[in-house]
Design a protein around this ligand. Structure first.
Ligand code: SIN
Length: 295
């Protein structure tokens, strides 16, 4: 198994050629120094998805670890755990039926002006088999596009809408929702389609399951383009899959990936805790960059 030699404080083991890495040999709950957290951040910017193995986090320790990565992003939909405004509990009981939370490919809260920069999910109780989470790289989507397509997309602004998000979440009987969660139905926000990551500068295609239309175009006109991009994103060579173990802390660069929860663990219990870290207002990739890479 390949180990990334640029990381000495812990092991970084890439999952696929596209994105994702397992992290072994660090105990984030034991208050590691800033340099260790900086290395985790560096790994996250390189791999976009990290499965940090063998953590033993109480709710308080999880809260403290998360906040080392930055302030809470806010969550206009889910009701938090008692005592922890920033943590949401996702529970699936063995006899639950219907969709699992997050079953479609999506980005968390793409309809916020500042979508969360990092999402974290802690595996408190996970099935012995199944219940994996898959990720797709939006950076790889950008890289795969022709110069003409990049230029065309760079000329668009997308409208992402919170409409329907309440309904999807309300269908989950064990999920606590905020009393005003329905307000999301009225929210629309504009984001550039070709963005640049604020730290790495790398371009990515900002699509999401709540991308409603390109500004100045109808939903019907926009849909085939977004469907095409979604189809590219979930090509196997642009994805990775995290197999959970109890105590795995998975974190991802939320605006740069799509993710989906796999509904294949009927008969088993799964309990995870989610928190999110404040992100950034998505920034359009500089025209010169798109033009030069498009040349
Ligand atoms: C989510 O979509 O945030 C949940 C993913 C998962 O439970 O694997």
């Amino acid at each position: 198994m390949l180990r990334d030699p640029d990381f000495r404080r812990f092991e970084v083991l890439p999952i696929t050629g596209a994105l994702g890495a397992e992290i072994r040999g660090v105990d984030l709950g034991a208050h590691p120094d800033d340099a260790t957290f900086e290395d985790v951040r560096r790994a996250l910017h390189r791999y976009h998805v990290l499965a940090v193995r063998e953590q033993k986090l109480t709710t308080e320790a999880y809260h403290q670890v998360a906040r080392r990565f930055g302030p809470f992003s806010g969550n206009p939909v889910h009701g938090p755990m008692p005592g922890y405004d920033d943590i949401v509990e996702f529970i699936r009981e063995p006899d639950d039926t219907g969709k699992v939370i997050g079953e479609e490919w999506h980005m968390d809260l793409a309809w916020m002006a500042k979508p969360p920069g990092i999402t974290m999910l802690y595996g408190h109780e996970v099935p012995p088999v199944g219940g994996d989470t898959c990720f797709a790289s939006l950076e790889q989507v950008y890289k795969s596009l022709s110069p003409g397509m990049r230029r065309m997309l760079a000329s668009h602004t997308a409208v992402h809408s919170g409409k329907g998000v309440y309904e999807i979440n309300a269908a989950q009987k064990r999920l606590a929702l905020r009393p005003d969660a329905r307000k999301g139905d009225d929210v629309e926000v504009e984001h550039p389609v070709i963005c640049a990551h604020p730290v790495t500068g790398k371009p990515y295609v900002f699509i999401s399951s709540v991308l409603n239309r390109f500004k100045g175009m109808t939903e019907a006109e926009t849909k085939p383009i977004v469907d095409y991009l979604m189809g590219v994103a979930i090509r196997p060579e642009f994805t990775c899959r995290v197999r959970w173990q109890q105590g795995t802390l998975t974190m991802w660069n939320n605006p740069v990936v799509l993710h989906t929860a796999i509904n294949d663990y009927s008969g088993y219990r799964r309990v995870t805790y989610r928190t999110t870290v404040e992100g950034w207002v998505p920034v359009a990739a500089p025209r010169e960059l798109v033009a030069s890479q498009a040349a």
